[in-house]
Design a protein around this ligand. Sequence first.
Ligand code: XIL
Length: 318
Amino acid sequence: QLNDLAVAAGLKYFGTCGSEGNINSDTTYRNILNNKSEFGQLVPENGQKWDATEPSRGQFTYSSGDIVAGVAKQNGQLLRCHTLVWYSQLPSWVSGGSWNRSTLQSVIETHINNVMGHYKGQCYAWDVVNEAVNDDGTWRPSVFLSTFNTDYFAISFRAAKAADPNTKLYYNDYNLEYNQAKTDRAVELVKIVQAAGAPIDGVGFQGHLIVGSTPSRSALATTLKRFTALGVEVAYTELDIRHSSVPASSSALVTQGNDFANVVGSCLDVAGCVGVTIWGFTDKYSWIPQTFPGQGDALLYNSNFGKKPAWTSVSSVL
Ligand code: XIL
């Protein structure tokens, strides 16, 4: 089973996100999620995001975030926590507010302090800042960037350290895997935080990849090492590899398996790569078809909870 194999191969975990809405309604789903030998780490798919935890200013609610956190606690699975400062799933009272530096800093600190305080001691890692860079390597526009320029990185990481000193603090983004302009800028982001004297422990490679366009194992390892060279750990945090059209042919399913094996293999090849998290395990509940219409079947189990060729490929590489 995947987590047992991953741990035997030297990783800290093999994990998945848990979909809050399906845990109580689908027992087959829940039973697989509960299996610590398969998934040694969970992360809430949506329940810890700003719109879920602080939908209006100063009103904190943890009913959704606690669903996956509770499953992990019950099963003794590691919990990754996701996410604090992100332009998306951000309530309009934040994104549309009229802020100056000191009022928005206080909003960020209050948010981080409350949410991390609620989960204090439970999270292996927190994605403190999520998706701050565009694919072309420019900084992603947000209320945070327009108010602080890049100073919000250090503000957020400092607040996170104060709220829970014993969790790993991550920057998390997608398309870092291609080692192009976006990756360069993410390297700069880490350096900016470090130069400010603020704490940062890790960089999450989300790993939302495409069958047939996934970089090779060695290219991926080279890219991971650009970050470990800065003294931070790395992890794949949201891995899925989608077919650009579905249903996939049997040969496309084999290619998908090779792509998954390359990603997982690259983590094994890099000393500072601590683990792999897939963004859901069954195609039944993946976010991909809604976000990328016509694409999908990006995970390791099919919609009937059968193991796909990609599952076998991952188990063989581990
Ligand atoms: C996605 C969830 O899977 C969806 O259910 C939700 O509607 C939108 O967000 N990058 C991230 C994740 O950091 O939080 C996103 O999750 C996928 C992309």
